[in-house]
Ligand binder design. Structure first.
Ligand SMILES: *Cc1c(COP(=O)(O)O)cnc(C)c1O
Length: 224
């Protein structure tokens, strides 16, 4: 059995420790519990001990569990942290409170349109392809400044920060440092960086949110 309450406590303590060590503001750091592919009872266990911010990476999977949970538990903030297809934008806007994966002009345009239709102005993050990996989502580093500007000025999106997933098997620190630099020069305050294996490093480099899945819930169910 995974002790989710203890995991959450340990991770919070570890976030605080890292923040103190690197002189980051601990109050400004949000633990996003990544509940994708987790059995419902584990998600409920986290909700029952007061966890309120969750991340999901697929619209459809999130639709299967969250509308009901959001009705039952007040104050839930649900973040989309996976790639978003434009044909799911409308559903994403209806269900999520924050969208962390805006990564291309077409998506930015359609999200802006759907938010207008829904009368919403959701905070969004721009996902940066920080390792310049061909197979990874995210806007290229060289296009980041122009894209951020386009999202804000052309599409009127409420861009609050940047998100990245560093290349697997490499030291995350240099990539987090680059993300921070891009955010600073664009006047963006929020940084979503760090997962189970490297969230302390995310905090070191100024993360305002870390996305922790297995560290909170234990290993995920195999995808069918
Ligand atoms: C699954 C996922 C996470 C959480 O990963 P863990 O290693 O389980 O902490 C974080 N961010 C994104 C974008 C993910 O898809």
């Amino acid at each position: 059995m995974t002790n989710i309450a203890a995991n959450l406590k340990d991770i919070q303590a570890s976030i605080e420790k890292s923040a103190k060590k690197w002189q980051q503001e601990v109050e400004g750091i949000t633990l996003v519990a990544v509940s994708k592919k987790q059995p419902l009872e584990r998600v409920v266990a986290a909700l029952d001990v007061g966890q309120r911010v969750f991340g999901e990476n697929r619209v459809q999977e999130a639709q299967n569990k969250w509308p009901e949970l959001k009705e039952k538990y007040s104050g839930v903030e649900l973040r989309l942290i996976g790639p978003l297809q434009t044909n799911k934008a409308k559903e994403a806007v209806a269900l999520f409170d924050v969208i962390e994966t805006v990564d291309r002009p077409k998506l930015a345009r359609i999200l802006a349109k759907e938010m207008k239709v829904a009368g919403k102005d959701l905070p969004v993050y721009i996902q940066i392809n920080i390792g310049e990996e061909e197979q990874k989502a995210g806007i290229a580093i060289s296009d980041a400044d122009a894209f951020i500007k386009e999202c804000k000025e052309e599409h009127g999106l409420n861009v609050v920060g940047l998100m990245c997933i560093p290349p697997a098997g490499e030291q995350a620190a240099p990539f987090f440092a680059i993300l921070k630099r891009i955010a600073d020069r664009n006047g963006l305050e929020k940084l979503s960086m760090g997962m189970s294996s490297d969230y302390q490093i995310g905090v070191q480099f100024g993360a305002t949110s870390v996305r922790v899945g297995t560290g909170v819930f234990g290993s995920r169910e195999e995808q069918k």
